[in-house]
Write a protein that binds this ligand. Structure first.
Ligand code: SAM
Length: 290
């Protein structure tokens, strides 16, 4: 396990993923009933943007730094404000020096009745996460393989909530494993909301994953829905860093598609690298006869 999210914290892929995360949690907050967030690959929680890793990659400079400076329309601003406010809360001075990862963003959105379970396998980021959430009675950090936790922890007692699946994609078979582990979890909890991140590099691998999930969700009773989001900041060049990020949302809130159309359109300019960025939003169809 070599993956170190500190290099990528606050980059464009984090920005898109975390805005979607906040929109889903805002929706879950609309009902009084408690929900649970299960973060299968949680990371360190808080990233120091002045660290050697973050400075070396500089990804946050073309991600969160641009978004904090961006001007949003009256329709997009209220939709991105919850995310921006959380990032600001970790940066009390004007300067941007820290970036919260998914478990701290989710934690900031829990109400007293809500809970979070976060898995992180690597000892160093796990220790940072434990430190960040020390004595927090609503958040549990577990030293468990996220791929084991994924089917084991669903459905949660609350029977409402979100599972974030954000693996590092270091292993060659990560797309297949994701498909299998998701299928096992979805069979146990077909009404949960699942947010899955993927690097949009290989069209074949990503299309296959989307198709597999579209077939699984369509076959559920009642049928679930799948929303696919891709956002490209530049054309992908072989051997270069990631230029396109992808997300699959299983059972998306009905409001999400329209919200993202509004938000992503306004992120195209600030996040573009050498031109305007592009996004794609679609509901992939199940295979014929499925
Ligand atoms: N979700 C985080 C966020 O949005 O801020 C970023 C997570 S990062 C992409 C992936 C994390 O998964 C890394 O911190 C890595 O150490 C951890 N990891 C890798 N394999 C794992 C496994 N099998 N189970 C749990 N965590 C794992």
């Amino acid at each position: 396990m070599n993956y170190r999210h500190a290099f990528h914290a606050g980059g464009f892929a984090d920005v898109i993923k975390h805005i979607v995360l906040t929109r889903i949690l805002i929706y879950l907050q609309e009902k009084e009933a408690a929900f649970r967030v299960i973060d299968t690959h949680a990371g360190a929680g808080l990233y120091d943007l002045t660290s050697e890793e973050a400075s070396r990659s500089g990804e946050w400079r073309t991600g969160i730094a641009r978004i904090m400076q961006a001007r949003f329309s009256d329709s997009a601003l209220p939709l991105v404000a919850p995310y921006l406010d959380i990032v600001r809360a970790f940066n009390p001075r004007a300067e941007l020096v820290a970036y919260p990862g998914s478990p701290l963003i989710a934690r900031a959105m829990l109400r007293p009745q809500d809970r979070m379970t976060a898995c992180e396998l690597a000892p160093i980021p796990r220790k940072h996460l434990i430190d960040a959430l020390r004595r927090d009675t609503q958040a549990r950090i577990v030293d468990l393989d996220g791929w084991v936790a994924l089917p084991a922890f669903v459905p949660p007692n609350e029977r409402r909530g979100l599972v974030l699946i954000d693996p590092p994609f270091e292993a060659k078979d990560e797309f297949e494993r994701l498909g299998e582990r998701f299928a096992a979890a979805f069979a146990k909890w077909p009404t949960g909301v699942y947010l899955i991140w993927y690097p949009a590099k290989s069209r074949r691998a990503t299309d296959e994953l989307a198709q597999r999930l579209a077939d699984l969700t369509a076959a559920a009773k009642p049928p679930g829905k799948l929303l696919r989001i891709e956002f490209s900041v530049a054309p992908q060049i072989a051997g270069e860093g990631l230029a396109s990020t992808g997300l699959l949302v299983v059972n998306p809130p009905w409001t999400l598609y329209d919200e993202l159309r509004t938000i992503l359109h306004e992120l195209e300019k600030p996040l573009g690298q050498g031109g305007t960025a592009r996004f794609r939003l679609e509901f992939p169809k199940a295979s014929p006869g499925n």
